[in-house]
Structure formats: C-alpha cells, structure tokens
Design a protein around this ligand. Structure first.
Ligand SMILES: C[S@@+](CC[C@H](N)C(=O)[O-])C[C@H]1O[C@@H](n2cnc3c(N)ncnc32)[C@H](O)[C@@H]1O
Length: 248
C-alpha cells in the first residue's frame, strides 16, 4: 500500500492498495481509495489483462458494448472524471485502436494514475488530461462515439453536470452515432427521469437505467432506429430499463 497526501488540502489522503491472492491471481485488483473523513473507493482495476470487464462500473461497460457490440466500431471515447481509470482500461482492452481521452481535475489523482494505473503499453491511445471537465467540453475540437460523465465530489454529483449548458456541450462533441452515459449516483429516480426527459430532444433518445437504485441516464444519437432496438434488447440483459424518451 502507498499513501499520498493532497498538496492543496491536507485533510485529503489517497491510498493505492493491491489485493492479491496466490490461489486466484486473476482476481487480483489495484484500488485507488480516496479518504476525507469517511472512505470512498474511487477506482478498481483487475491486474490481469485478460480480464476486459473491470470490477467497478460493470453496467457502464455493458452499456457501451450493448451499443457497440463490435467494439472495433468504437473509434473515440471520452471519460470525464478518471481517478484510477477503470473505464479507460476497459475501453483500451476492448479496442486497441480506440482513441481515448480522459479528463481529471485532481492533480494528485493524475500523478497516481500515471504512476500506478496507466503505466502500460495498452494505454498507447489513451491520454489523461489534467483539466476541469466542464471547461474541457467547451474547448475541445474532438468528437466522440462514447462519453462517460463521472464527475463526483466525494459521493455527490457535481451540480454543474446537470446544467443545460453542460448537456448542450456534451451534445456538441458527440458523433452522429454515439452514446453518452451520465452516472447519477446521488440523484433520485424522479430527478433522473426529469433530467432525461428535459434533454431527450437534443439527442435521438434518452434512457433511464436502474441498477439497484443507482441510476444512469443514457443519451443516444443515431439515424437508425434499429440501433436503438438492438441497444435496448442487449442492455436490458444486464440492467433494468426504467424509462425511455424519444425525440420527435
Ligand atoms: C468516481 S471517480 C471516477 C472513476 C473513473 N470514471 C473510473 O473509470 O475509474 C470521480 C472523479 O471525478 C473527478 N472530478 C470531480 N469533479 C471533476 C471535474 N470538474 N473535472 C474533472 N474531474 C472531476 C474526481 O477527482 C474523481 O477522481
């Protein structure tokens, strides 16, 4: 285990912890834990590279591959809020040619991720950018097929991630065939439904998925209604579909 102190806030401590077992090495994980008063596990990866699906955010990974069953078709991806880069690892292991950008505003998290989580040639097409997610989406010239919005302050969704302005910025950097997943951990079912309905018109469809009272709102852009049908039938094998809204 290694311990790091945040340079800006002395109350914040980070730990990198390996959990290994001589008997079951393919279950070995590395975690990045953030502690400030209470403890929150932020990221966890399997150390065995043959394990593509990572131990946290399995639903997000399943949603990505439900939309792109041939992951080679996923050309570009963006993860906003990266910590130990679990979802970027899944993307890199799923398609070695996918261009992946990650944005993380904690300088210490970026330093730790570079030292312990992304120091491997599988990340040749991944760039971890030290920036604020909300300003990054305003200035980037890139467009993406998959976006995962995962910006948290401890266990609370950052309020800006629900703003019309931010969703509009996300819309403007998505490709015509794309899926954007918002992790809305701290929101109620009703708040998630309102959020999805409010923005459905900007995309082709908006979905609310429920993983045991943890909600994800997914915005899809496509010209093909068959993509929506295929996505729904594959995604619902893994997670409950609560509601969907189509643009007119
Ligand atoms: C739950 S963790 C991300 C886990 C990550 N998505 C993964 O795949 O392992 C949330 C992260 O969001 C970062 N964060 C919070 N607000 C942010 C912002 N405005 N811009 C960029 N990152 C932010 C936090 O520092 C934290 O590392």
């Amino acid at each position: 285990m290694e311990k790091f102190q945040d340079d800006l806030d002395p109350d914040i401590t980070f730990y990198v912890v390996d959990r290994t077992s001589a008997l079951l090495p393919h279950y070995d994980t590395r975690r990045l834990v953030f502690r400030s008063g209470s403890t929150y596990a932020y990221s966890s990866i399997y150390l065995d590279k043959s394990r593509r699906i990572q131990p946290i955010y399995e639903i997000v990974q399943r949603l990505a591959e439900s939309y792109f069953p041939k992951m080679e078709q996923l050309e570009s991806a963006l993860v906003l809020g990266c910590a130990g880069c679990s979802v970027p690892r899944f993307l890199a292991l799923s398609n070695e040619n996918c261009r992946i950008d990650g944005v993380e505003y904690s300088e210490k998290m970026v330093e730790i991720a570079r030292k312990y989580f992304i120091n491997d040639p599988i990340y040749d097409h991944f760039q971890l950018i030290h920036d604020d997610a909300f300003s990054f989406v305003k200035k980037t010239k890139e467009k993406y097929n998959f976006i995962f919005v995962d910006v948290f302050q401890a266990e609370t969704n950052h309020p800006t991630m629900l703003s019309d302005d931010f969703v509009h910025d996300v819309d403007s950097i998505t490709e015509e065939e794309s899926i954007s997943v918002f992790n809305l951990l701290s929101l109620s079912r009703e708040e998630c439904m309102k959020f999805a309905l409010r923005h459905a018109e900007e995309f082709s469809a908006a979905y609310v998925f429920d993983e045991m009272f943890h909600y994800y709102v997914v915005f899809v852009k496509t010209a093909k209604s068959s993509s929506l049908k295929g996505f729904e039938s594959r995604a619902t094998k893994y997670v409950r579909l609560l509601e969907r809204y189509f643009s007119h």
